[in-house]
Design a binder for this molecule. Structure first.
Ligand code: FAD
Ligand code: FES
Length: 281
């Protein structure tokens, strides 16, 4: 049996700066051992513990989709005081790191198949939503979902991550994509405005639809009431929680909210589940 505390050795194959200020980077990792690659099976919404020798571990959502073979992607924000995220930002292509996982539940575990899905993301928290969108629109999966609507907002055009994917998705006629920024620059020709307002304008009928939200707390705070007003049931509003974690496997008790471990029972919870938990998140 594999030891869940033992990191899987990986090599950095590519690093993409998502913003011009270089504070958000996407790391493409490849497995050093074929056997590890074969055994690493995940679904959108899950996360891994990124492990850097001498710095420690940090939970990071998996940004790649299982339909993208051979590599795993992680998009990480630089934060002055963040020990692991800072160390990661100082690495280069060819450097080796470890990961543990995949951990947590997936969006699919929340019964989103055969339904219309509205994906609502804000800022750099779009990571696991990139995984989900890439997965849903893949030719093997597209017919498992009805209408797919993606609403993504950031403070400025430069703060939008995955610009290449956004361009590709905009050209597809089998999904609806709405990108908005709080304030555009001189080259911005798209929407301006906050995500909750766009949700109110363009969200599909709540009948048999799931809404999946990842973003800054302020966006979530104002988006959830809009979805409730639009008739989305609490069971069909899904949110991924970010709590401090250590083991990632429900053993250390670091991440619990009431009787739930965010690492094991989450990180994805429906609003109905969250309504039953103490407000410690
Ligand atoms: C399920 C899950 C998925 C996640 N996915 C991602 C992801 O895809 N990309 C990503 O960048 N992060 C993600 N995070 C958040 C990340 O795990 C934390 O920011 C983590 O603290 C980083 O570890 P560190 O060692 O760099 O920082 P630490 O050394 O643990 O933090 C040091 C101090 O900085 C604060 N801090 C750290 N990071 C931030 C930040 N970004 N903003 C504000 N304060 C901060 C901490 O609260 C602490 O006070 C995720 C967290 C969870 C639980
Ligand atoms: S991180 Fe250890 S129980 Fe969740």
């Amino acid at each position: 049996m594999n030891n869940p505390y033992l990191p899987i050795p990986m090599i950095i194959k590519n690093i993409t700066d998502e913003t011009t200020v270089k504070d958000i980077k996407t790391f493409e990792l490849a497995f050093l051992n074929k056997e590890d690659e074969k055994n690493f099976s995940y679904l959108p919404g899950q996360f891994a513990e990124i492990s850097i020798l001498g710095s420690g571990e940090a939970p990071i959502g998996i940004a790649s989709s299982p339909t993208e073979k051979e590599i795993l992607k992680f998009t990480v924000k630089w934060y002055e005081k963040g020990v692991v995220t800072n160390a990661l930002h100082n690495l280069f292509v060819g450097d080796k790191i470890g990961i543990r996982g995949p951990f947590g539940n997936s969006f699919e575990s929340k019964n989103i198949k055969n339904k219309s899905v509205v994906v609502i993301g804000g800022g750099f928290a779009f990571t696991t939503l990139r995984s989900l969108t890439t997965y849903m629109i893949h030719s093997h999966n597209r017919n498992k979902f009805e209408n797919i609507t993606i609403i993504y907002g950031a403070r400025s055009p430069d703060d939008l991550i995955y610009k290449k994917e956004l361009k590709e998705w905009a050209e597809r006629d089998d999904i609806k994509l709405y990108v908005t920024v709080d304030k555009g620059d001189k080259d911005w020709k798209g929407r301006e405005g906050f995500v909750p307002t766009v949700v109110e304008e363009v969200a599909p009928s709540a009948q048999e639809a799931s809404a999946i939200i990842c973003g800054p707390p302020i966006m979530i705070k104002f988006t959830i009431p809009k979805l409730v007003e639009l008739g989305f049931s609490p069971e069909n509003i899904l949110n991924s929680l970010e709590m401090r974690m250590k083991c990632g496997i429900g053993k250390c008790g670091r991440c619990n909210i009431g009787n739930k471990y965010v690492c094991k029972d989450g990180p994805i919870f429906s609003l109905a589940e969250l309504n039953d938990l103490p407000k410690e998140y």
